[in-house]
Design a protein around this ligand. Structure first.
Ligand code: M6R
Length: 608
């Protein structure tokens, strides 16, 4: 959740760290800090509550020069948002930054008698003191000390460490929490995320778990826990810096909404052989689809909502049970999973800890795992049995948009291939399915073209405290994501309900003028949904209705309408997703909120 960067080399380290942190801020943004060796080889720490811009102002007040340092943006877990709890933390000879959670920090506090020493309430400071003690025990041998240190820890961590008597050197180690590193012409660099590296290099490696990395101005070395040097597997970044910039858009979220048609093209087209889906290049064999008698989809948040859409698509087509589980629940529900279960794990970041743990559980129960992941080389991608990489490019806004639509595209393609493999459709039907899938791209473009009209809805939304989303079947599945998007960035209380369920309780919440966003794109339940629209309208709701161009609507059934292109029913999610994302975006703008970095959230949820 936190952003981490470390640099050693000829460039001015403080500037580089601050610029890197600005790019990583989306990972956590309640406080920020840097630590560096100054020209007298002393470690200096500057940290404070607030964003990186505030830290930059503080740093400007000191005129020091540095060529080696570490930096951190925090998303608080242990201890409130205070200057003292901000990273880096210092203990004796050790200064460190940490992403993750040290679960046994209480025991360590007692074991090392740290009660009086601690100046913060963080688990990370406890870790710093433990490392300092071990460093002394190991006679200042960094590798031996880090090796002994991690044996004492339970939990997840990505650490970057400075030792007072090792100026110019940075050490790092990780368990679960991500770290990537590179040696570049401008020095050695390590970070929690590629966005911090991309200005300096295209070649990088994922720090292997349970290994120690040593960065000096001249090289980056990786050691296993027996202190043998290993050569990490080098990867190449497949996108450029432009992809991680706003490029003229006022916010990353708006840019990423606009990037969706391109992201879909990039994800779908390379996987078409003729007009059929083909995963040969992904190494996903057809046997995977043949050998299963149930599918378990596991994910969190928006990715889980993509799974709910997939269930509604897959079950009627494949005629096998498809269950969608929230990863944090799956872990503790003693799930019914065996070797005949295909587990589909969905994650944009590939680092979400609950999803990762649920995936490991599914694997331990014998299920082969196919992951749908956006970030190349991420932990979920590496540990799953097969990966379908989506090609959305970096998603920076905390609210997921383009990642959702490419996850859907991936799921639609997988469903099509599965149906073909299992004899549930003919080649001609599969070809038509793919043609319908490609037709969503211009439909999404058309929706983006309606941005001004969509913007006009939110005047009403932002005046009210609640918003309800209703729909049936697939439309209900889309509503769940619409409600999440709205609450996440506009802080308006929003709930999605199956339209037919309203009268079993929820309709009591309908009051004069409360906005209801009704989605009615599924022909077989269209009339039923419209009846439910009338029910809420009769009780005073202000209805915004999303329906296809061709839908016949009587005057007065809704207060506002948005027409989407006439796609086959199963494909309307794509333009609807764009519309719901834009509604949330403009509601956030209308309330003058921080669209890209909403309160209390962080992009990559690497704590349980
Ligand atoms: O990286 P992941 O796809 O695993 O992330 C899952 C959720 O944390 C994520 O989708 C979250 O719900 C988004 N902020 C929603 O916009």
């Amino acid at each position: 959740m936190c952003g981490i960067i470390g640099y050693t080399g000829p460039l001015e380290a403080r500037d580089l760290l601050l610029n890197g942190l600005a790019g990583l801020e989306y990972r956590g943004y309640d406080s920020a800090g840097i630590a560096y060796f100054n020209t007298a080889s002393q470690v200096r720490i500057i940290k404070n509550v607030g964003k990186v811009a505030a830290l930059r102002e503080c740093v400007k007040k000191t005129a020091e020069v540095s060529h080696c340092g570490i930096g951190h943006t925090r998303w608080a877990t242990h201890g409130g948002v205070t200057d003292k709890n901000a990273h880096p933390h210092r203990a004796g000879q050790v200064t460190l930054i940490h992403n993750g959670i040290i679960e046994n920090y209480h025991q360590l506090t007692e074991e090392y008698g740290l009660g009086d020493k601690l100046v913060s309430q963080t688990d990370s400071e406890v870790a710093a003191w433990v490392l300092d003690a071990v460093y002394r025990d190991c006679r200042h041998d960094p590798l031996a000390a880090i090796g002994a240190f991690v044996k004492k820890l339970a939990g997840s961590y990505g650490f970057c460490i400075l030792f007072d008597d090792r100026p110019g050197e940075i050490y790092a180690v990780r368990n679960v929490s991500p770290l990537v590193a590179a040696y570049t012409r401008s020095g050695a660099i390590i970070a929690s995320d590629l966005t911090a590296l991309i200005s300096y290099t295209k070649e990088y490696f994922v720090v292997p778990e349970g290994h120690i990395v040593r960065l000096t101005p001249y090289k980056v070395r990786v050691y296993d826990m027996d202190y043998n040097r290993i050569e990490p597997e080098m990867l190449e970044v497949s996108w450029n810096m432009d992809a991680a910039m706003k490029n003229g858009f006022p916010h990353f979220m708006l840019k990423e909404i606009h990037e969706q048609p391109e992201a879909l093209r990039n994800t779908i087209l390379p996987r078409l052989a003729g007009n059929l889906p083909d995963f040969t290049a992904d190494g996903i064999p057809d046997e995977l689809f043949l050998d299963c008698n149930q599918i378990r989809i596991i994910a969190c948040g928006t990715a889980m909502h993509a799974g709910i859409v997939a269930k509604a698509l897959m079950e009627p087509l494949l005629r096998i049970p498809v269950t969608v589980s929230i990863a944090s629940e799956f872990r503790y529900e003693d799930p019914l999973v065996d070797g005949k279960t295909l587990a589909i794990v969905i994650s944009q970041s590939g680092e979400t800890i609950d999803t990762l743990a649920a995936m490991r559980l599914a694997q331990s129960l014998g299920a082969p795992v196919l992951s749908i992941v956006n970030v190349k080389g991420s932990t979920i991608a590496r540990e799953s049995d097969h990966v379908f990489y989506t090609h959305a490019g970096p998603e920076i806004a905390v609210a997921s948009t383009k990642a959702y639509s490419v996850q859907l595209a991936a799921l639609y393609m997988l469903c099509c291939r599965m149906a073909l493999t299992r004899g549930r459709c003919t080649k001609a039907q599969a070809g038509q399915f793919m043609e319908d899938l490609l037709a969503v791209i211009p439909a999404m473009e058309a929706m983006i073209g309606q941005s001004d009209h969509i913007r006009s809805f939110v005047r009403h939304l932002i005046r009210e405290r609640d918003t309800f989303f209703i729909g049936r079947g697939l439309d209900y599945a889309f509503s769940l994501e619409g409600a999440l998007k709205l609450k996440e960035i506009s802080y308006i209380h929003a709930e999605a309900y199956a339209a037919g369920e309203l009268k079993h309780g929820t309709i009591a919440l309908i009051y004069d003028n409360v906005p209801v966003i009704a989605i009615a794109t599924q022909d077989h339940v269209f009339a039923k949904t419209i009846s439910n629209v009338r029910e809420v309208k009769a009780r005073g709701a202000y209805v915004i209705l999303l329906a296809k161009e061709q839908a016949q609507l009587e005057d007065g059934v809704a207060d506002m309408e948005l027409r989407i292109p006439d796609l086959e029913d199963r494909f309307t999610v794509f333009p609807i997703a764009v519309a719901l994302q834009l509604i949330a975006y403009y509601a956030s703008i209308g309330k003058n909120l921080d669209v890209d970095q909403p309160r209390n959230l962080a992009k990559s949820v690497t704590v349980e």
